[in-house]
Design a protein around this ligand. Structure first.
Ligand code: HEM
Length: 102
């Protein structure tokens, strides 16, 4: 998953912060979700493709679906699809600035 490897603590922290950002984005939007926007730019510098960054959120959704099994309802599925679309819109915005770099 992490093509350019961070250390184990960094990977753990990224997962934790990502989950916190998702919960905030889907809920109160108190500010943790802003991490998604800011990390997009620092990850451009790490060389993490934006598409892979988006995929990370989809992997989390897939894992939850596996864990929930039969309890994964159509309503939950629809809510996650919307959330993933919204996150993708944020992550891919202004992507041309990266693509057009010399
Ligand atoms: C597959 C997708 C991702 C890859 C390949 C990736 C890769 C990396 C790499 C290489 C580093 C630097 C590691 C180091 O300094 O040792 C890093 C740091 C970090 N990543 Fe990710 N990352 C991904 C997704 C995410 C996501 C979705 C978030 C949160 C929204 C996130 C949050 C962070 C944070 C907080 C750091 C610590 C340094 C900083 O503030 O930039 N990462 N990541």
């Amino acid at each position: 998953m992490f093509r350019s490897e961070g250390s184990e603590p960094v990977k753990g922290a990224m997962l934790q912060l990502t989950i916190e950002a998702i919960l905030d984005f889907a809920g109160e939007r108190r500010g943790h979700f802003r991490l998604i926007e800011s990390e997009v730019f620092s990850h451009d510098a790490y060389g993490t493709p934006r598409e892979l960054f988006v995929a990370f959120f989809a992997v989390i959704a897939d894992c939850l679906r596996d864990v929930l099994g039969e309890q994964w309802s159509a309503e939950i599925d629809a809510a996650w699809h919307k959330l993933l679309r919204d996150i993708e819109a944020i992550v891919l915005q202004r992507k041309h600035l990266v693509d057009e770099r010399p």
